[in-house]
Write a protein that binds this ligand. Sequence first.
Ligand SMILES: [Zn+2]
Length: 499
Amino acid sequence: MTPALFLLACGAEVPAPDVAEVLLVTVDTLRGDRLGYVGHPEAKTPHLDALAESGRWFRHATTPLPRTTPALASLHTGLWPHHHGSREVGQPMTHGRTLAEALSDGGWRTLAVSAMRVAGPEHGFDRGFDHFSIDHDVRATMLTQQALKLLDAEVDRPTFLWVHYADPHFPYTPPEDGPLSPEAKGCRDLIADLENKRARRPLVYGNTEGRAQEALADCQQLYDAEVAAVDAAIGTLLEGWRSKRGTDGWVIFSADHGENQGEDGLFYEHGPNVHDASLNVPLVVSGPGVVPGRDDGVARLEDVVPTVLTFAGQAVPEQLDGEPLQPRLAGGEGGPSVAFAESGSALHHVLHDYVVSGRARHHCINGPRFSLCTDKKGKRRLYDHEVDPGQKTDVSAKHPEQIEALTKAAALWPPESARERTARTSRFKLVQKPRLQGGYTTMLFDLTAGETRDVSAEHPEVVAELTAALEEWGAPTPVQAEERSEEELEALRALGYVE
Ligand SMILES: [Zn+2]
């Protein structure tokens, strides 16, 4: 293969290697702030730290929707969720050309191994791959072995390999022989109670009985241990990749979304809000022409496809929502300047902090004290969630006025449609949360100070600009997910997305 020259937006030229190779490594549910190279003191991630040191790492990279299927669909198509069609976990992507399809058409060998069933062939993820296999929830060490086996065949075509690890997804159960093995009794007991049905996942996610908060420090230790185990497995993968392919090529490391660990009142779950706990993902790009260093600008999962296409010397289709990161990988300016995202819906009906909770077939509209819930038979019940968060006692007869008020609100927000949304620059993050009475509450955060204080009043011009951008981005009200098959429901149950 003749070395090509990549013309970068900033004018620099980067020679391509003789053999182009791309390794895409993603880890499910990996927060952007729990890695050693970011400065997390408890992290034990030497291999990812070394990778970040050798490449460019994006501290504020984001997912466009913090749930597995839509996020990975954006990663693989370069499109926003309302353009590729997957806007909830388990909902297939229906539009867009995948990176594997583009590379395969360009003569590449395309390989994928994944440990997550909700991004599988039935969701469109095998498109363009010569080999695509799923071993659901398999440990990282095993997945690495499966990936490396695929590289044994001698080929002179360029190779694209995608490996998706699942380990840090809740429940946190790190291997006993991993790099970290904390006692963390509080969290281990909580997980055992969930497995033995002495505790209910949705009530833990919402900290209804206070147990999630009580176990937080221990659960964070177990989470760090899961991440350390994945780091070790990625170390083995990188070493095998280099020795079997004889080159590093380009290595891209990221995640589909993060995880709330108490932020916005949500524990060990991700999806129903747009807090950075679940929106911020790691993103590292390493390889020929990449100037090592930290980048604090906007970077998005949807930018990965145009970036890799540029590496591969292919044209970037105009209709993509992502932009190539090449100008910034070369240490310059340019690339994306605004990131948009929407939440998923609050999938569990007891999560009454959200205006609408539950699935279409069993959902609630939630006021400050009461929830009006409709079950799969269409039966409506009213609960006082202040005293009855588990939704056991129907109080309809006592509060007809609440039924009337919540029925009116329900007409404004169909099930699975009330979603938070956000637009951000490298410094500011505008957040809109659905209101019971319709419309959104808007807040502005200065990211240099975290997401605690609304600074809207101090920066009205930023609020106006980002609100207009968000309107223009305009993710429409989602159509409800089609009825799911039993197999699909089982997969979602295993992940804790349905009861
Ligand atoms: Zn995920």
